[in-house]
Design a protein around this ligand. Structure first.
Ligand SMILES: CC(C)(COP(=O)([O-])OP(=O)([O-])OC[C@H]1O[C@@H](n2cnc3c(N)ncnc32)[C@H](O)[C@@H]1OP(=O)([O-])[O-])[C@@H](O)C(=O)NCCC(=O)NCCSC(=O)C[C@@](C)(O)CC(=O)[O-]
Length: 302
């Protein structure tokens, strides 16, 4: 059943983590810090700054502690980091991180490629992270990858996604973000996924995370809005890809999502001009074209 559109949407900016983690070239701590500070200045209230994972697996995130130490922490902004295990959680804690995210997958093959263990082993690894987070009053977000298809296993049943999401919520995650890692989802499949997940999980605890590989991300966000979802992950300038999903493009661009939401009269608290400037700046650092169509059109007009 179609839900009424939310009046407010929270965008979780994942560019500094999901976006930059795929870049092969070295990016200085100063450039990462500048990106995070530009994003908070543009009004983003949730920013994923980095991750505490094995540097052998994702070398680009190795400096995350230094980035946390140098960013200007604005009141009211959540600065979070990915932590796949207790070792990562302890490093995040030492860096003063106040919110972490654990990440599982909806398919066994992707789980093995991404974090080198099965889905059930990953949930076992999260248990001590959840306990330590509780003891230190740290909020934990959950992610599930490949919710609308897996590059190795193909189709993924929505019931499987929903069951893992339920487990993450039961373990103590305040919210679970459902990730279309390879961007294969369609609006119909997205609606069905959220409709099934929302049978057992309050809609307020679900978020959407769409990559734009097939150009469907905005349609999928609109479909999610119709299912009563009001939190979305996005990446400034459409930065990113996925090291374990060949051909995957970046997350949907934050600028493009903001343009959609502005057009629907949905409040986000984000300033589009400042956001576009933040995207242009990091694209100049990376020496790559801006992946946001809205930013490109805006700048061409200007
Ligand atoms: C999970 C592991 C560590 C398992 O990796 P493993 O090799 O099975 O782990 P291990 O426990 O055997 O340890 C191996 C080495 O890693 C070290 N190690 C162990 N843990 C840590 C840690 N936390 N931080 C730093 N170092 C660590 C550990 O100390 C050891 O070091 P060595 O003795 O060889 O020198 C590894 O697979 C890993 O780091 N994977 C990271 C994968 C990743 O970051 N992927 C991208 C993020 S997920 C994503 O992008 C999807 C998402 C969230 O955006 C949603 C979507 O779009 O789908």
């Amino acid at each position: 059943m179609t839900q009424s559109l939310p009046q407010h949407v929270r965008l979780v900016e994942v560019g500094p983590r999901d976006g930059l983690q795929n870049e092969q070239q070295p990016i200085s701590v100063a450039d990462k810090v500048r990106l995070v500070d530009d994003l908070s200045a543009a009004g983003l209230s949730s920013i994923e700054v980095g991750s505490f994972v094995s540097p052998k697996w994702v070398p680009q995130m190795a400096g995350s502690a230094e980035v946390f130490a140098a960013i200007k922490q604005r009141p009211g902004v959540n600065y979070s980091a990915l932590t796949p295990n207790l070792k990562g959680f302890e490093a995040a804690l030492a860096a003063g991180v106040k919110e972490v995210a654990v990440f599982a997958a909806a398919s066994e093959a992707f789980s093995q490629k991404n974090i080198n263990c099965s889905i059930s082993e990953s949930l076992e690894r999260f248990a001590p992270v959840m306990a330590a987070a509780k003891a230190h009053n740290i909020r934990v977000r959950g992610y599930i990858s490949c919710v609308l298809g897996c590059p190795y296993d193909g189709e993924v049943a929505p019931e499987q996604v929903s069951s893992i999401a339920r487990e993450l919520i039961a373990m103590g995650c305040y919210e679970v973000s459902l990730g279309d890692t390879i961007g294969v989802g369609t609006a119909g499949a997205t609606r069905r996924l959220f409709e099934i997940a929302a049978r057992d999980i309050p809609r307020e605890q679900l978020a959407g995370h769409f990559h734009d590989t097939y150009g469907q991300a905005l349609a999928n966000i609109y479909a999610s809005l119709l299912e009563g979802i009001s939190v979305f992950d996005s990446s400034v300038a459409g930065l990113g890809g996925c090291p374990y999903a060949k051909g995957a493009t970046g997350n949907v661009a934050t600028e493009d999502v903001l343009y959609l939401l502005n057009g629907l009269g949905i409040d986000t608290g984000i300033d589009l001009d400042r956001l576009i400037a933040a995207g242009q700046r990091i694209c100049a650092v990376l020496d790559k074209p801006n992946g946001s169509r809205v930013a490109r059109a805006w700048l061409a007009k200007a």
